[in-house]
Design a protein around this ligand. Structure first.
Ligand SMILES: Nc1ncnc2c1ncn2[C@@H]1O[C@H](COP(=O)(O)OP(=O)(O)OP(=O)(O)O)[C@@H](O)[C@H]1O
Ligand SMILES: [Mg+2]
Length: 361
């Protein structure tokens, strides 16, 4: 039976990737301490707030590996402490964020804003510094979904975002809906659209972020182009329903993201099925499994599914999207999507220091 030496444990840890960068923990200076004898192994690793949602899974994985390698040692404990790795300024707009994630679709009404808002809330609740930008200037719905309204305050030429209580601190939120009176129609010409989105990115006091999640308008062409020029996006999440027509539009959206060089982080299937609360019977209202198949065919990760649930719609309409995480019937779906998304970022190395962005036109 091998006796646990520090070297043997170091070798084992060299196989464990940092869930932010995807690189081995020791190479990133994230092994804080190792102590081992025949009675006990104690390891402390430092992880960043960017991967907060994966801390527990990472700790469990290391423990499992240690137990399997040294089965005769009765006590194995792994402790996670915060490891500081500040974000860099992205592009010329000065947004300080590690990962910028655009949530889009080809088709309207498939639940992009619900999924984008829920992803942002899920990451923030896990302990990641997260901001939410509603880039749907045509029909901003994030204010409605999170129950925020009113014009933001301006301080020294900077816009103070509205702050959303996510049950674990406050998350900055910015939307054209805070600037344009509700119900007022605005016709956006190309340059104005470009200017409005650039301004919301540049002039909002986001503070240093692990994630900036961006809710895209349906169709996405213009806005995706503007975003891809304004700052280096880590990637896009495409939301669709299992219906053929939605999948066709999602495939077009994926082609469009590829055309403007935005990496695809994965696909989410929304409104996947409905379980009748009275009978427990499952109905595949829009068909089933289509997004998973399409993701496979297009070789992009499948991040998960969300069923149709009446409370999801009710929470949205009541401005309480965060309550999806208090409901045990919906929370696991949203958490699984957040976890796989963070995993996908590490796997595609999209969370690494980004490439310089193109100049803003
Ligand atoms: N899984 C779900 N179960 C029940 N209702 C849902 C679900 N997903 C979204 N909804 C509801 O469907 C409606 C449309 O959702 P949402 O606004 O998120 O879609 P969208 O794709 O952003 O739309 P648009 O294209 O107009 O921007 C909302 O009322 C929302 O609460
Ligand atoms: Mg929307």
């Amino acid at each position: 039976m091998p006796s646990p030496s520090s070297q043997a444990i170091d070798a084992l840890l060299a196989d464990i990737p940092d869930p932010e960068s995807g690189r081995p923990l020791p190479a990133m200076g994230q092994v804080v301490s190792v102590s081992a004898d025949d009675a006990a192994i104690a390891v402390t690793v430092g992880l960043t707030t960017h991967s907060a949602i994966l801390w527990n899974a990472t700790r469990g994985r290391i423990e499992e590996r240690l137990r399997a390698a040294f089965p005769a040692v009765p006590s194995v404990s792994v402790t996670v402490v915060p490891h500081d790795r500040p974000p860099v300024k992205l592009g010329q707009l000065g947004v300080e964020a590690k990962s910028v994630i655009a949530v889009g679709s080809g088709k309207g009404g498939v639940g992009k804003s619900t999924i984008a808002t829920s992803i942002a809330i899920g990451l923030a609740r896990a302990g990641s510094r997260t901001g939410l930008l509603d880039a749907d200037v045509y029909g901003p719905s994030v204010p409605h979904l999170v129950g925020l309204s009113g014009r933001p305050h301006i301080d020294n030429g900077k816009i103070l975002p509205q702050m959303l209580d996510v049950g674990r601190g406050q998350m900055p939120v910015m939307s054209m809906g805070f600037l344009v009176p509700p119900g007022e129609a605005v016709i956006w010409r190309g340059p104005m659209l470009h200017g409005a989105i650039t301004q919301m990115l540049r002039d909002t006091l986001w503070g240093p972020l692990d994630y900036l999640v961006i809710d895209m308008p349906p169709g996405t062409g213009d806005v995706a182009l503007t975003l891809s020029q304004a700052l280096p996006l880590s990637g896009a999440v495409v939301v669709c329903t299992p219906q053929d027509v939605a999948l066709l539009d999602a495939t077009k959206a994926i082609a469009m993201f590829r055309k403007v060089n935005i990496p695809l982080l994965g696909m989410v299937e929304n409104m996947s099925f409905f379980v009748c609360p009275d009978t427990g019977k499952r109905y595949d209202i829009f068909g089933t499994g289509g997004a998973r198949r399409t993701a496979q065919e297009l070789e992009i990760p499948f991040l998960g599914e969300v069923p149709i649930q009446i409370p999801i719609r009710e929470h949205g309409d009541a401005g309480r999207t965060a309550a999806n995480y208090d409901d045990p019937a919906s929370r696991p779906y949203f958490e699984a999507i957040c976890e796989r998304l963070v995993g996908s970022l590490a796997a595609t190395s999209a969370a690494k220091p980004p490439m310089p962005s193109l100049p803003v036109l």
